[in-house]
Design a protein around this ligand. Structure first.
Ligand code: OOB
Length: 531
Protein backbone atom coordinates (compact mmCIF):
# COMPACT_ATOMS: atom_id res chain seq x y z
CA UNK A 1 0.00 0.00 0.00
CA UNK A 2 1.06 3.61 -0.60
CA UNK A 3 3.71 4.56 1.97
CA UNK A 4 2.09 6.78 4.58
CA UNK A 5 -1.35 5.13 4.29
CA UNK A 6 -2.40 2.73 7.04
CA UNK A 7 -3.55 -0.74 5.90
CA UNK A 8 -6.39 -2.65 7.55
CA UNK A 9 -5.16 -5.53 9.75
CA UNK A 10 -5.06 -8.80 7.77
CA UNK A 11 -7.95 -10.45 9.63
CA UNK A 12 -10.25 -7.50 8.88
CA UNK A 13 -9.17 -7.39 5.24
CA UNK A 14 -9.91 -11.12 4.90
CA UNK A 15 -13.31 -10.70 6.52
CA UNK A 16 -14.34 -7.71 4.40
CA UNK A 17 -13.38 -9.58 1.23
CA UNK A 18 -15.01 -12.82 2.32
CA UNK A 19 -18.26 -11.07 3.23
CA UNK A 20 -18.43 -9.29 -0.12
CA UNK A 21 -17.66 -5.72 0.98
CA UNK A 22 -14.47 -5.47 -1.01
CA UNK A 23 -14.77 -6.36 -4.70
CA UNK A 24 -11.66 -7.43 -6.61
CA UNK A 25 -12.13 -4.54 -9.01
CA UNK A 26 -10.75 -1.07 -9.37
CA UNK A 27 -11.98 2.39 -10.25
CA UNK A 28 -9.81 2.12 -13.37
CA UNK A 29 -12.62 0.03 -14.89
CA UNK A 30 -15.28 2.63 -14.17
CA UNK A 31 -17.17 3.42 -17.42
CA UNK A 32 -15.86 0.34 -19.26
CA UNK A 33 -19.10 -1.62 -19.09
CA UNK A 34 -21.51 1.27 -19.82
CA UNK A 35 -19.22 2.42 -22.66
CA UNK A 36 -19.49 -1.08 -24.16
CA UNK A 37 -23.20 -1.69 -23.74
CA UNK A 38 -24.64 1.83 -24.07
CA UNK A 39 -21.78 3.85 -25.52
CA UNK A 40 -24.01 6.36 -27.30
CA UNK A 41 -26.03 7.34 -24.23
CA UNK A 42 -25.26 10.62 -22.49
CA UNK A 43 -22.85 10.20 -19.58
CA UNK A 44 -22.33 13.82 -18.51
CA UNK A 45 -24.13 17.10 -19.10
CA UNK A 46 -22.28 20.26 -18.13
CA UNK A 47 -22.94 23.87 -19.15
CA UNK A 48 -24.80 22.84 -22.26
CA UNK A 49 -22.15 20.29 -23.36
CA UNK A 50 -23.02 16.58 -23.52
CA UNK A 51 -20.57 13.70 -23.57
CA UNK A 52 -21.48 10.07 -24.22
CA UNK A 53 -20.21 7.08 -22.23
CA UNK A 54 -18.05 5.97 -25.15
CA UNK A 55 -16.52 9.40 -25.57
CA UNK A 56 -15.87 9.88 -21.85
CA UNK A 57 -14.23 6.45 -21.71
CA UNK A 58 -12.03 7.26 -24.70
CA UNK A 59 -11.08 10.69 -23.36
CA UNK A 60 -10.06 9.13 -20.04
CA UNK A 61 -7.90 6.56 -21.88
CA UNK A 62 -6.25 9.25 -23.99
CA UNK A 63 -5.59 11.44 -20.99
CA UNK A 64 -4.15 8.51 -19.00
CA UNK A 65 -1.74 7.89 -21.90
CA UNK A 66 -0.92 11.60 -22.10
CA UNK A 67 -0.21 11.79 -18.37
CA UNK A 68 2.08 8.76 -18.69
CA UNK A 69 3.89 10.42 -21.58
CA UNK A 70 4.51 13.42 -19.29
CA UNK A 71 6.32 11.04 -16.94
CA UNK A 72 3.58 10.54 -14.36
CA UNK A 73 3.24 7.01 -13.02
CA UNK A 74 1.36 4.79 -10.60
CA UNK A 75 1.59 6.00 -6.99
CA UNK A 76 2.32 9.63 -7.94
CA UNK A 77 0.16 12.13 -6.09
CA UNK A 78 -1.59 14.78 -8.15
CA UNK A 79 -3.31 17.68 -6.39
CA UNK A 80 -6.50 18.33 -8.34
CA UNK A 81 -8.29 21.64 -7.90
CA UNK A 82 -11.00 21.84 -10.53
CA UNK A 83 -14.59 23.01 -10.26
CA UNK A 84 -17.40 20.64 -11.33
CA UNK A 85 -16.66 19.96 -14.98
CA UNK A 86 -16.28 17.23 -17.57
CA UNK A 87 -12.52 17.83 -17.36
CA UNK A 88 -12.54 16.92 -13.68
CA UNK A 89 -14.29 13.60 -14.30
CA UNK A 90 -12.05 12.71 -17.26
CA UNK A 91 -8.95 13.57 -15.23
CA UNK A 92 -9.96 11.53 -12.18
CA UNK A 93 -10.73 8.45 -14.26
CA UNK A 94 -7.49 8.90 -16.24
CA UNK A 95 -5.52 9.06 -12.98
CA UNK A 96 -7.30 5.95 -11.66
CA UNK A 97 -6.32 4.11 -14.86
CA UNK A 98 -2.73 5.20 -14.48
CA UNK A 99 -2.75 4.25 -10.79
CA UNK A 100 -1.78 7.82 -9.89
CA UNK A 101 -3.55 9.33 -6.91
CA UNK A 102 -5.76 12.43 -7.19
CA UNK A 103 -5.76 14.52 -4.03
CA UNK A 104 -9.06 16.34 -4.26
CA UNK A 105 -8.92 19.99 -3.18
CA UNK A 106 -11.84 22.40 -3.23
CA UNK A 107 -11.96 25.15 -5.85
CA UNK A 108 -12.28 27.56 -2.92
CA UNK A 109 -8.86 26.62 -1.55
CA UNK A 110 -6.04 29.11 -1.82
CA UNK A 111 -2.28 29.25 -1.40
CA UNK A 112 -2.25 28.11 2.24
CA UNK A 113 -4.24 24.93 1.53
CA UNK A 114 -2.92 24.10 -1.95
CA UNK A 115 0.69 24.79 -0.96
CA UNK A 116 0.34 22.56 2.07
CA UNK A 117 -1.30 19.74 0.07
CA UNK A 118 1.41 19.80 -2.61
CA UNK A 119 4.13 19.80 0.00
CA UNK A 120 2.61 17.21 2.33
CA UNK A 121 1.89 14.72 -0.45
CA UNK A 122 5.11 15.53 -2.37
CA UNK A 123 2.84 15.96 -5.36
CA UNK A 124 4.22 15.39 -8.83
CA UNK A 125 1.60 17.64 -10.40
CA UNK A 126 -1.01 20.27 -9.63
CA UNK A 127 -4.08 20.71 -11.82
CA UNK A 128 -5.99 24.00 -11.72
CA UNK A 129 -8.59 25.92 -13.75
CA UNK A 130 -7.32 29.08 -15.48
CA UNK A 131 -9.80 31.27 -13.64
CA UNK A 132 -12.80 30.39 -11.55
CA UNK A 133 -15.36 32.82 -10.09
CA UNK A 134 -13.10 35.74 -10.91
CA UNK A 135 -9.98 34.26 -9.31
CA UNK A 136 -6.87 33.52 -11.38
CA UNK A 137 -5.59 30.13 -10.23
CA UNK A 138 -2.43 30.51 -12.31
CA UNK A 139 -1.38 33.22 -9.88
CA UNK A 140 -1.84 30.74 -7.06
CA UNK A 141 0.15 28.10 -9.00
CA UNK A 142 3.09 30.49 -9.45
CA UNK A 143 3.29 31.03 -5.70
CA UNK A 144 2.95 27.32 -4.96
CA UNK A 145 5.63 26.40 -7.51
CA UNK A 146 8.12 28.70 -5.81
CA UNK A 147 7.33 27.24 -2.40
CA UNK A 148 7.26 23.58 -3.53
CA UNK A 149 10.19 22.99 -5.88
CA UNK A 150 9.41 19.25 -6.20
CA UNK A 151 6.21 20.00 -8.12
CA UNK A 152 7.06 18.81 -11.65
CA UNK A 153 3.94 19.76 -13.61
CA UNK A 154 1.23 22.40 -13.47
CA UNK A 155 -1.66 21.57 -15.76
CA UNK A 156 -4.35 24.12 -16.52
CA UNK A 157 -7.92 23.55 -17.69
CA UNK A 158 -8.41 26.52 -20.01
CA UNK A 159 -5.79 29.10 -20.99
CA UNK A 160 -2.50 27.75 -19.62
CA UNK A 161 -0.27 30.90 -19.72
CA UNK A 162 3.28 29.56 -19.11
CA UNK A 163 1.96 26.17 -17.85
CA UNK A 164 0.76 23.03 -19.68
CA UNK A 165 -2.72 22.89 -21.17
CA UNK A 166 -4.68 20.00 -19.65
CA UNK A 167 -6.61 19.56 -22.92
CA UNK A 168 -3.32 18.82 -24.66
CA UNK A 169 -2.32 16.12 -22.19
CA UNK A 170 -3.54 13.44 -24.56
CA UNK A 171 -1.97 10.53 -26.42
CA UNK A 172 -3.32 7.51 -28.31
CA UNK A 173 -5.13 5.19 -25.87
CA UNK A 174 -2.79 2.47 -24.60
CA UNK A 175 -3.07 -0.67 -22.44
CA UNK A 176 -2.26 0.09 -18.78
CA UNK A 177 -1.50 -2.45 -16.08
CA UNK A 178 -4.50 -2.38 -13.73
CA UNK A 179 -3.82 -1.00 -10.24
CA UNK A 180 -4.13 -3.29 -7.21
CA UNK A 181 -7.74 -3.18 -5.89
CA UNK A 182 -6.41 -2.77 -2.34
CA UNK A 183 -4.28 0.21 -3.29
CA UNK A 184 -5.12 3.85 -2.53
CA UNK A 185 -7.16 5.24 -5.43
CA UNK A 186 -7.40 8.87 -4.28
CA UNK A 187 -7.39 11.12 -1.22
CA UNK A 188 -10.21 13.20 0.20
CA UNK A 189 -9.76 16.03 2.66
CA UNK A 190 -11.05 15.61 6.17
CA UNK A 191 -13.46 18.24 7.42
CA UNK A 192 -13.04 17.54 11.04
CA UNK A 193 -9.51 17.54 12.34
CA UNK A 194 -7.33 19.90 14.32
CA UNK A 195 -4.59 21.99 12.77
CA UNK A 196 -3.80 21.48 9.11
CA UNK A 197 -6.19 19.50 6.90
CA UNK A 198 -5.71 15.73 7.09
CA UNK A 199 -5.85 13.45 4.08
CA UNK A 200 -8.05 10.40 3.82
CA UNK A 201 -6.77 7.64 1.56
CA UNK A 202 -9.66 5.80 -0.13
CA UNK A 203 -8.90 2.48 -1.78
CA UNK A 204 -10.31 1.24 -5.08
CA UNK A 205 -12.27 -1.53 -3.44
CA UNK A 206 -13.63 0.38 -0.45
CA UNK A 207 -14.86 3.22 -2.66
CA UNK A 208 -16.34 0.95 -5.32
CA UNK A 209 -18.30 -0.77 -2.61
CA UNK A 210 -19.52 2.61 -1.34
CA UNK A 211 -20.60 3.65 -4.86
CA UNK A 212 -22.53 0.45 -5.46
CA UNK A 213 -24.07 0.09 -2.02
CA UNK A 214 -25.38 3.65 -1.96
CA UNK A 215 -26.61 3.50 -5.59
CA UNK A 216 -28.61 0.40 -4.72
CA UNK A 217 -30.01 1.93 -1.53
CA UNK A 218 -31.09 5.09 -3.38
CA UNK A 219 -32.68 3.12 -6.21
CA UNK A 220 -30.47 4.71 -8.86
CA UNK A 221 -31.29 2.93 -12.12
CA UNK A 222 -30.64 3.40 -15.85
CA UNK A 223 -33.58 5.77 -16.38
CA UNK A 224 -32.42 8.04 -13.56
CA UNK A 225 -30.05 10.99 -13.56
CA UNK A 226 -27.81 12.35 -10.80
CA UNK A 227 -27.40 16.08 -10.26
CA UNK A 228 -24.08 17.19 -8.74
CA UNK A 229 -24.81 20.62 -7.30
CA UNK A 230 -22.17 20.37 -4.55
CA UNK A 231 -18.44 20.25 -5.33
CA UNK A 232 -17.37 16.86 -6.68
CA UNK A 233 -14.31 17.09 -4.44
CA UNK A 234 -16.71 16.39 -1.57
CA UNK A 235 -17.49 12.76 -0.76
CA UNK A 236 -21.24 13.51 -0.69
CA UNK A 237 -21.39 14.53 -4.37
CA UNK A 238 -18.56 12.31 -5.58
CA UNK A 239 -19.48 8.91 -4.28
CA UNK A 240 -22.68 8.52 -2.21
CA UNK A 241 -23.40 7.34 -4.96
CA UNK A 242 -22.73 10.77 -6.47
CA UNK A 243 -21.19 11.31 -9.86
CA UNK A 244 -18.85 8.31 -9.77
CA UNK A 245 -21.59 5.97 -8.54
CA UNK A 246 -23.90 7.17 -11.31
CA UNK A 247 -21.27 6.66 -14.02
CA UNK A 248 -20.46 3.22 -12.62
CA UNK A 249 -24.15 2.33 -12.88
CA UNK A 250 -24.42 3.73 -16.42
CA UNK A 251 -26.53 6.66 -15.22
CA UNK A 252 -26.32 10.21 -16.57
CA UNK A 253 -24.54 12.85 -14.44
CA UNK A 254 -25.69 16.46 -14.60
CA UNK A 255 -23.14 18.96 -13.34
CA UNK A 256 -24.12 22.28 -11.81
CA UNK A 257 -21.78 25.06 -10.77
CA UNK A 258 -23.73 25.63 -7.56
CA UNK A 259 -26.91 24.69 -5.74
CA UNK A 260 -28.57 28.05 -6.56
CA UNK A 261 -32.26 27.47 -7.40
CA UNK A 262 -32.17 29.38 -10.69
CA UNK A 263 -29.47 27.00 -11.88
CA UNK A 264 -30.69 23.67 -10.54
CA UNK A 265 -34.47 23.78 -11.07
CA UNK A 266 -34.10 24.19 -14.82
CA UNK A 267 -31.59 21.33 -14.96
CA UNK A 268 -33.76 19.02 -12.87
CA UNK A 269 -36.66 19.55 -15.28
CA UNK A 270 -34.68 19.43 -18.53
CA UNK A 271 -32.57 16.38 -17.63
CA UNK A 272 -35.16 14.41 -15.62
CA UNK A 273 -32.96 14.36 -12.54
CA UNK A 274 -33.98 11.69 -10.02
CA UNK A 275 -31.29 11.99 -7.35
CA UNK A 276 -29.22 14.79 -5.84
CA UNK A 277 -27.30 15.70 -2.69
CA UNK A 278 -27.77 18.87 -0.67
CA UNK A 279 -26.52 20.50 2.51
CA UNK A 280 -29.33 21.50 4.91
CA UNK A 281 -28.60 25.24 4.52
CA UNK A 282 -29.95 25.12 0.94
CA UNK A 283 -33.11 23.18 1.66
CA UNK A 284 -35.36 26.07 2.87
CA UNK A 285 -34.18 28.15 -0.09
CA UNK A 286 -35.14 25.39 -2.53
CA UNK A 287 -38.47 24.97 -0.76
CA UNK A 288 -39.25 28.69 -0.93
CA UNK A 289 -38.55 28.72 -4.69
CA UNK A 290 -40.43 25.54 -5.55
CA UNK A 291 -43.68 27.25 -6.46
CA UNK A 292 -41.93 29.93 -8.48
CA UNK A 293 -40.23 27.38 -10.73
CA UNK A 294 -43.18 24.96 -10.77
CA UNK A 295 -40.87 22.00 -11.49
CA UNK A 296 -42.38 18.57 -10.88
CA UNK A 297 -40.09 17.01 -8.28
CA UNK A 298 -42.18 13.95 -7.51
CA UNK A 299 -39.50 11.58 -8.84
CA UNK A 300 -36.67 13.41 -7.10
CA UNK A 301 -34.84 11.99 -4.09
CA UNK A 302 -32.70 14.50 -2.17
CA UNK A 303 -29.99 13.21 0.11
CA UNK A 304 -29.63 15.88 2.78
CA UNK A 305 -26.61 15.72 5.06
CA UNK A 306 -23.38 17.30 6.17
CA UNK A 307 -24.85 19.43 8.94
CA UNK A 308 -27.70 19.54 11.40
CA UNK A 309 -31.21 19.44 9.94
CA UNK A 310 -34.23 20.13 12.13
CA UNK A 311 -36.90 17.43 11.68
CA UNK A 312 -39.70 19.99 11.23
CA UNK A 313 -37.66 21.76 8.53
CA UNK A 314 -37.15 18.42 6.76
CA UNK A 315 -40.87 17.71 6.92
CA UNK A 316 -41.97 21.17 5.74
CA UNK A 317 -39.43 21.23 2.88
CA UNK A 318 -40.32 17.76 1.67
CA UNK A 319 -43.96 18.85 1.52
CA UNK A 320 -43.21 22.12 -0.25
CA UNK A 321 -40.93 20.46 -2.79
CA UNK A 322 -43.10 17.38 -3.36
CA UNK A 323 -39.94 15.23 -3.40
CA UNK A 324 -38.54 12.52 -1.11
CA UNK A 325 -35.85 13.43 1.41
CA UNK A 326 -33.38 11.00 2.96
CA UNK A 327 -31.15 12.19 5.76
CA UNK A 328 -27.44 11.47 5.80
CA UNK A 329 -24.73 11.57 8.41
CA UNK A 330 -21.57 11.13 6.39
CA UNK A 331 -17.86 11.68 6.65
CA UNK A 332 -15.13 11.80 4.04
CA UNK A 333 -13.45 9.29 6.38
CA UNK A 334 -15.88 6.69 5.03
CA UNK A 335 -18.66 6.36 7.59
CA UNK A 336 -22.07 6.70 5.95
CA UNK A 337 -25.32 6.50 7.92
CA UNK A 338 -28.57 7.36 6.20
CA UNK A 339 -32.28 6.77 6.19
CA UNK A 340 -33.63 4.38 3.57
CA UNK A 341 -36.40 5.20 1.09
CA UNK A 342 -38.44 2.39 2.63
CA UNK A 343 -38.20 3.79 6.17
CA UNK A 344 -41.42 5.20 7.61
CA UNK A 345 -41.43 9.05 7.41
CA UNK A 346 -40.90 9.28 11.18
CA UNK A 347 -37.51 7.54 10.79
CA UNK A 348 -36.69 8.92 7.34
CA UNK A 349 -37.08 12.58 8.35
CA UNK A 350 -36.24 12.56 12.06
CA UNK A 351 -33.08 10.45 12.30
CA UNK A 352 -29.79 10.02 10.47
CA UNK A 353 -30.55 6.35 9.94
CA UNK A 354 -28.26 3.34 9.90
CA UNK A 355 -24.81 2.59 8.51
CA UNK A 356 -24.35 1.48 4.91
CA UNK A 357 -22.79 -1.85 5.89
CA UNK A 358 -23.90 -4.55 8.28
CA UNK A 359 -20.18 -4.90 9.06
CA UNK A 360 -19.91 -1.26 10.24
CA UNK A 361 -19.36 -1.25 13.99
CA UNK A 362 -20.60 1.79 15.92
CA UNK A 363 -20.01 2.56 19.57
CA UNK A 364 -21.35 5.48 21.59
CA UNK A 365 -18.95 6.31 24.42
CA UNK A 366 -18.58 8.68 27.35
CA UNK A 367 -15.55 10.89 28.09
CA UNK A 368 -13.62 7.96 29.60
CA UNK A 369 -14.21 5.74 26.57
CA UNK A 370 -16.86 3.62 28.31
CA UNK A 371 -20.03 2.65 26.40
CA UNK A 372 -22.96 4.82 27.46
CA UNK A 373 -26.26 3.21 28.48
CA UNK A 374 -28.56 2.40 25.50
CA UNK A 375 -30.18 5.60 24.24
CA UNK A 376 -27.62 7.82 25.97
CA UNK A 377 -25.60 10.60 24.30
CA UNK A 378 -21.89 10.12 23.70
CA UNK A 379 -19.11 10.33 21.15
CA UNK A 380 -19.54 8.11 18.12
CA UNK A 381 -16.70 5.67 17.44
CA UNK A 382 -16.74 3.75 14.17
CA UNK A 383 -14.89 0.97 12.38
CA UNK A 384 -15.80 -0.79 9.14
CA UNK A 385 -14.94 -1.80 5.58
CA UNK A 386 -15.19 1.79 4.29
CA UNK A 387 -13.51 3.49 7.22
CA UNK A 388 -9.86 4.44 7.10
CA UNK A 389 -7.43 3.10 9.71
CA UNK A 390 -5.23 6.17 9.62
CA UNK A 391 -4.85 9.57 7.96
CA UNK A 392 -2.10 9.85 5.34
CA UNK A 393 1.34 10.63 6.78
CA UNK A 394 -0.01 11.55 10.21
CA UNK A 395 1.24 8.95 12.73
CA UNK A 396 1.17 11.24 15.76
CA UNK A 397 -2.29 12.53 14.99
CA UNK A 398 -3.51 9.00 14.26
CA UNK A 399 -2.43 7.83 17.71
CA UNK A 400 -5.11 10.12 19.20
CA UNK A 401 -7.70 9.95 16.43
CA UNK A 402 -8.18 6.16 16.64
CA UNK A 403 -8.63 3.76 19.54
CA UNK A 404 -5.97 1.07 19.86
CA UNK A 405 -8.38 -1.40 18.24
CA UNK A 406 -8.91 0.80 15.19
CA UNK A 407 -12.14 2.70 15.85
CA UNK A 408 -12.17 6.26 14.50
CA UNK A 409 -13.10 8.84 17.13
CA UNK A 410 -15.54 10.87 15.05
CA UNK A 411 -15.76 13.84 17.44
CA UNK A 412 -19.54 13.80 16.89
CA UNK A 413 -22.03 13.43 19.71
CA UNK A 414 -24.87 11.10 18.90
CA UNK A 415 -27.52 8.93 20.41
CA UNK A 416 -28.90 5.69 19.03
CA UNK A 417 -32.63 4.99 19.02
CA UNK A 418 -33.94 1.62 20.17
CA UNK A 419 -34.38 0.71 16.48
CA UNK A 420 -30.70 1.41 15.83
CA UNK A 421 -31.07 4.76 14.07
CA UNK A 422 -28.57 7.50 14.75
CA UNK A 423 -29.51 11.00 15.89
CA UNK A 424 -26.72 13.59 15.82
CA UNK A 425 -26.73 15.72 18.97
CA UNK A 426 -23.66 17.91 18.60
CA UNK A 427 -19.91 17.49 18.52
CA UNK A 428 -16.81 17.74 20.65
CA UNK A 429 -14.34 18.38 17.84
CA UNK A 430 -13.19 21.94 17.37
CA UNK A 431 -14.76 22.60 13.98
CA UNK A 432 -17.28 25.13 12.73
CA UNK A 433 -19.88 23.56 10.44
CA UNK A 434 -20.60 26.61 8.30
CA UNK A 435 -23.54 25.58 6.11
CA UNK A 436 -21.91 22.15 5.65
CA UNK A 437 -18.44 23.56 4.95
CA UNK A 438 -16.10 22.55 7.73
CA UNK A 439 -13.81 25.20 9.22
CA UNK A 440 -11.11 23.80 11.54
CA UNK A 441 -10.90 26.30 14.43
CA UNK A 442 -7.23 25.62 15.18
CA UNK A 443 -6.12 26.34 11.63
CA UNK A 444 -7.82 29.77 11.65
CA UNK A 445 -6.50 30.56 15.15
CA UNK A 446 -2.91 29.87 14.06
CA UNK A 447 -3.27 32.30 11.17
CA UNK A 448 -4.89 34.97 13.36
CA UNK A 449 -2.08 34.73 15.94
CA UNK A 450 0.38 35.72 13.23
CA UNK A 451 -1.20 39.20 13.06
CA UNK A 452 0.88 41.75 15.02
CA UNK A 453 -2.20 43.21 16.78
CA UNK A 454 -3.49 39.80 17.91
CA UNK A 455 -2.30 38.62 21.31
CA UNK A 456 -4.34 35.43 21.23
CA UNK A 457 -7.33 34.09 19.30
CA UNK A 458 -10.07 31.53 19.92
CA UNK A 459 -12.38 30.70 17.05
CA UNK A 460 -15.76 29.11 17.61
CA UNK A 461 -19.17 28.49 16.07
CA UNK A 462 -22.14 30.72 16.87
CA UNK A 463 -25.70 30.00 15.70
CA UNK A 464 -26.68 31.52 12.34
CA UNK A 465 -30.15 31.73 10.85
CA UNK A 466 -29.22 30.72 7.32
CA UNK A 467 -25.88 28.89 7.61
CA UNK A 468 -26.75 26.99 10.77
CA UNK A 469 -23.43 28.13 12.23
CA UNK A 470 -21.10 31.01 11.50
CA UNK A 471 -17.51 31.60 12.56
CA UNK A 472 -16.79 33.94 15.44
CA UNK A 473 -13.22 34.93 16.34
CA UNK A 474 -12.59 36.00 19.94
CA UNK A 475 -9.39 38.01 19.98
CA UNK A 476 -7.27 39.37 22.83
CA UNK A 477 -5.61 42.40 21.22
CA UNK A 478 -1.87 42.74 21.60
CA UNK A 479 -2.11 46.36 20.59
CA UNK A 480 -4.74 48.69 19.16
CA UNK A 481 -8.21 47.46 18.23
CA UNK A 482 -7.95 45.14 15.22
CA UNK A 483 -11.08 45.29 13.05
CA UNK A 484 -12.86 42.34 11.38
CA UNK A 485 -12.24 43.74 7.90
CA UNK A 486 -8.55 44.11 8.55
CA UNK A 487 -8.19 40.61 10.01
CA UNK A 488 -10.09 39.08 7.09
CA UNK A 489 -7.83 40.90 4.62
CA UNK A 490 -4.81 39.63 6.59
CA UNK A 491 -6.03 36.02 6.38
CA UNK A 492 -6.72 36.39 2.64
CA UNK A 493 -3.16 37.68 2.32
CA UNK A 494 -1.93 34.52 4.05
CA UNK A 495 -3.66 32.46 1.38
CA UNK A 496 -6.59 31.11 3.39
CA UNK A 497 -9.79 30.00 1.62
CA UNK A 498 -12.61 32.53 1.92
CA UNK A 499 -15.05 30.13 3.63
CA UNK A 500 -12.63 29.91 6.58
CA UNK A 501 -12.59 33.67 7.27
CA UNK A 502 -14.33 34.74 10.51
CA UNK A 503 -17.81 36.21 10.04
CA UNK A 504 -17.74 37.97 13.38
CA UNK A 505 -15.09 39.43 15.69
CA UNK A 506 -15.28 39.91 19.45
CA UNK A 507 -12.44 41.68 21.23
CA UNK A 508 -12.02 40.38 24.78
CA UNK A 509 -9.53 41.13 27.58
CA UNK A 510 -8.90 37.43 28.29
CA UNK A 511 -10.24 33.90 27.76
CA UNK A 512 -12.15 31.89 30.37
CA UNK A 513 -10.39 28.58 31.02
CA UNK A 514 -11.68 25.08 31.74
CA UNK A 515 -10.47 23.29 34.90
CA UNK A 516 -7.70 21.65 32.83
CA UNK A 517 -6.56 25.03 31.55
CA UNK A 518 -7.95 24.94 27.98
CA UNK A 519 -9.80 27.90 26.49
CA UNK A 520 -13.44 27.44 27.51
CA UNK A 521 -15.26 28.02 24.22
CA UNK A 522 -18.64 27.13 25.72
CA UNK A 523 -18.23 29.98 28.21
CA UNK A 524 -17.06 32.33 25.44
CA UNK A 525 -20.21 31.58 23.42
CA UNK A 526 -22.41 31.91 26.50
CA UNK A 527 -20.90 35.35 27.20
CA UNK A 528 -21.93 36.40 23.73
CA UNK A 529 -25.52 35.25 24.21
CA UNK A 530 -25.92 37.26 27.43
CA UNK A 531 -24.48 40.50 26.00
C1 OOB B 1 -19.94 15.13 5.09
O1 OOB B 1 -18.61 14.83 5.19
P1 OOB B 1 -17.48 15.77 5.80
O2 OOB B 1 -16.25 14.93 5.83
O3 OOB B 1 -17.44 17.07 5.08
O4 OOB B 1 -17.92 16.15 7.28
C2 OOB B 1 -18.14 15.18 8.26
C3 OOB B 1 -18.71 15.84 9.49
C4 OOB B 1 -19.23 14.87 10.53
O5 OOB B 1 -18.19 14.36 11.33
C5 OOB B 1 -20.19 15.77 11.29
O6 OOB B 1 -19.51 16.59 12.19
C6 OOB B 1 -20.80 16.61 10.21
O7 OOB B 1 -19.87 16.62 9.15
N1 OOB B 1 -22.06 16.05 9.74
C7 OOB B 1 -23.25 16.23 10.35
C8 OOB B 1 -24.19 15.52 9.58
N2 OOB B 1 -23.54 14.95 8.53
C9 OOB B 1 -22.24 15.29 8.65
N3 OOB B 1 -23.59 16.91 11.47
C10 OOB B 1 -24.89 16.89 11.82
N4 OOB B 1 -25.86 16.24 11.13
C11 OOB B 1 -25.55 15.53 10.02
N5 OOB B 1 -26.50 14.88 9.34
O8 OOB B 1 -20.42 16.11 5.60
C12 OOB B 1 -20.76 14.14 4.30
C13 OOB B 1 -20.14 13.12 3.60
C14 OOB B 1 -20.91 12.21 2.89
C15 OOB B 1 -22.28 12.33 2.87
C16 OOB B 1 -22.90 13.35 3.56
C17 OOB B 1 -22.14 14.26 4.30
Amino acid sequence: MLTGAVPWPAEFARRYRREGYWPDETLARLLREPARVQGERTAVVSRGARVSFAELDLRADQQAAGLRALGLQGGDRVVVQLPNSIELLVLCIALFRLGAIPVLALAAHRRAEIGYLCEHTEAAALVIPDTHLGYDHRKLARQVRTAVPGLRHILVAGAPAEFTSLAEVRAPAAEMAPPDPGEVAFCLLSGGTTGLPKLIPRTHRDYLHQLRGTARAMGLGPDGAYLAALPLAHNAALGCPGALGALDAGVKVVLAASAAPDEVFGLIAAENVTLTTLMPAFLPLWASCAELFGTDLSRLVIEVGGARLEPDVALACEKALGCTITRWFGMAEGLLCFTRLTDPPRVRLQTEGRPLNAADELRVVGPGGEDVAPGGVGELLARGPGLLRGYYRAPLYNAGAFTTDGFLRTGDLVRMTAEGNLIVQGRIKDVINRGGEKVPAGEVEDHLRAHPDVGDAAVTAVPDGSLGERTCAFVIPASGRPALRELRAFLIGRGLAAYKLPDQLELVPGFPLTPVGKVDKVALRAGLASD
